[in-house]
Write a protein that binds this ligand. Structure first.
Ligand SMILES: [Zn+2]
Length: 268
């Protein structure tokens, strides 16, 4: 015989609320611990020379949304990334700091100027002896306005590029909490010609109206930069562990970092 018990509605509601609260608390504690882990590892980027390339600029706007333009978002995120990396003692080389490209103004057709722009950005990073080259872009898929989520790409045959891209993508998934995309190989001019390990981060889809709005918000730009930063910290920590070599101290960057010891970067 089966006896049916009726659970009072209010008790059931209370149980559901407790469960939701429990899950929420667990996730925030786990997230907090992860962020502390990143802070503890932030020494790994000290002394590293990191080329950050804000995609497009000048004559080349990149992809366009309903009101935003790719070149503006990439510059905003790259500048924020520079800030957080510099605070950890990294030396950041931005390929552009304003709305410009590196091609000659009388360099001919747009495609020729585009190629010149890209190769000069790489040259700039090489001259500065950058350890890695990270290009920031915004994705677009006009025929699918619901496509969304940040995604990182690497050159197919590059083992180091793969590690870099996977590290960044894992942190994008963790910090942003709105993408489950995976790092993927793609044959692209910059990653193909880069002598350093390199990756391309597409921080979101400008063709998705909601994501376009978010990518224009300073708070979300901070979050994107923080996610990339976490990926870089973990990539360099793993690289140091693998080679047994400490990051090279360049221009006293390590001292600067040690002086700033104890400073905690709050996750946005
Ligand atoms: Zn782009």
């Amino acid at each position: 015989m089966i006896r049916a018990y009726r659970i009072p509605g209010c008790l059931l509601l209370l149980a559901v609320v407790a469960l939701v609260l429990g899950v929420y608390l667990f996730r925030s504690v786990a997230g907090g611990l992860e962020d502390r882990g990143v802070t503890a590892l932030s020494w790994s980027v000290a002394g590293r020379i990191i080329a950050v390339d804000p995609g497009h600029g000048g004559i080349d706007p990149g992809s366009k949304g309903s009101s935003a333009v790719e070149k503006e978002i990439t510059l905003a995120v790259a500048q924020r990334l520079k800030e957080v990396l510099t605070s950890s003692g990294a030396i950041v080389v931005l390929t552009r700091e304003t709305d410009k490209d590196l091609s000659d103004p009388d360099g001919g057709r747009l495609i020729t100027r585009k190629r010149q722009d890209l190769s000069r950005r790489l040259e700039l990073a090489e001259k500065q002896n950058a350890d890695i080259y990270l290009s920031v872009h915004v994705n677009s898929f006009k025929s699918g306005p619901r496509e969304h989520g940040a995604q990182t790409f690497y050159q197919p045959e590059s083992e180091e590029g793969k590690k870099l891209a996977e590290s960044i993508q894992a942190e994008m998934v963790r910090v942003l909490g709105n993408t489950k995309r995976k790092a993927k190989p793609v044959d692209y001019y910059t990653t193909r010609n880069s002598k350093m390990p390199s990756a391309i981060v597409e921080v979101g889809f400008i063709s998705n109206p909601k994501e376009e709005r978010m990518m224009c918000e300073p708070e979300y730009q901070d979050k994107l930069a923080y996610a990339i930063y976490c990926g870089l910290v973990k990539y360099f920590a793993a690289a140091t562990a693998a080679t047994g070599k400490s990051p090279v101290d360049r221009d006293g960057a390590l001292e600067t970092f040690i002086e700033n010891e104890g400073r905690v970067f709050d996750a946005p």
